[in-house]
Write a protein that binds this ligand. Structure first.
Ligand SMILES: Nc1nc2c(c(=O)[nH]1)N[C@H]1C(S)=C(S)[C@@H](COP(=O)(O)O)O[C@H]1N2
Ligand SMILES: [Mo]
Length: 201
């Protein structure tokens, strides 16, 4: 690893890192799941990028691990007001997946689908340029099942409901469509720094 957590921990205090209305959950990591936690076998796991792409692409567990890896170290923010500092995840950048699938020019939104049926919508611009990952490691260990293991979406600059656990499909779309929580009143974009919690915020 080119940098250690200790070095970053000393260099970066927590000041200025708590978005408005949030509190630091500390060492805890609350579990927030609308559906029953699925048992997903990596031997049968797959991730598909389809919709408005030139090359709809599906990766198996082994295939996605052969892509160049990418890590995130930073903070996550849940709309229920907890934030967690200095979490580390490893997986693959969504850029890597999109490079293979080739979004068409008219693609402007993404629907993230979980194998459970959970969905969440995102502007395409929020999952490109190193801002989003599909991750399977947390703190150097396999991502726990209740936190979305074997693999979840990670979009840390938006409220955490956008980070679909047990992600199985990224569907590129020309037009925005509300996902599960968005149909239930949550904001379409969900920027914690702008406090975009609910529709109309
Ligand atoms: N499939 C699925 N993904 C989900 C959710 C869910 O209910 N189902 N909840 C979202 C919400 S509201 C939050 S805050 C985070 C919670 O992730 P955690 O349980 O790992 O903390 O997952 C998001 N992704
Ligand atoms: Mo949440």
């Amino acid at each position: 690893m080119p940098v250690t957590r200790g070095f970053l921990g000393r260099r970066r205090g927590h000041e200025g890192r708590l978005p408005p209305g949030q509190y630091d959950t500390g060492a805890g990591w609350p579990v927030l799941t609308a559906e029953a936690t699925p048992e997903v076998d990596t031997a049968r796991w797959s991730l598909t990028v389809d919709g408005l792409v030139d090359q709809p692409t599906t990766w198996t567990w082994d295939e996605i691990h052969r892509l160049p890896g990418s890590s995130f170290l930073g903070d996550i923010h849940c709309v229920t007001a907890w934030s967690k500092f200095d979490v580390s995840f490893r997986g693959v950048s969504v850029d890597e997946l999109l490079a293979a699938a080739g979004p068409r020019p008219e693609a402007a939104y993404v629907m993230a689908h979980s194998s459970t049926g959970y969905t969440t919508n995102l502007p395409l611009s929020d999952v490109v340029d190193g801002k989003a990952w599909v991750v399977w490691d947390y703190g150097g260990k396999p991502l726990p099942r209740q936190h979305g293991g074997p693999a979840r979406l990670l979009v840390p600059h938006l409220y955490f409901w956008k980070s679909a656990k047990w992600v199985s499909r990224l569907e590129l779309m020309a037009h925005d469509r509300p996902g599960f929580w968005e149909q239930n009143g949550y904001h379409d974009r969900g920027d914690p720094w702008l406090e975009q919690r609910y529709q109309g915020d």
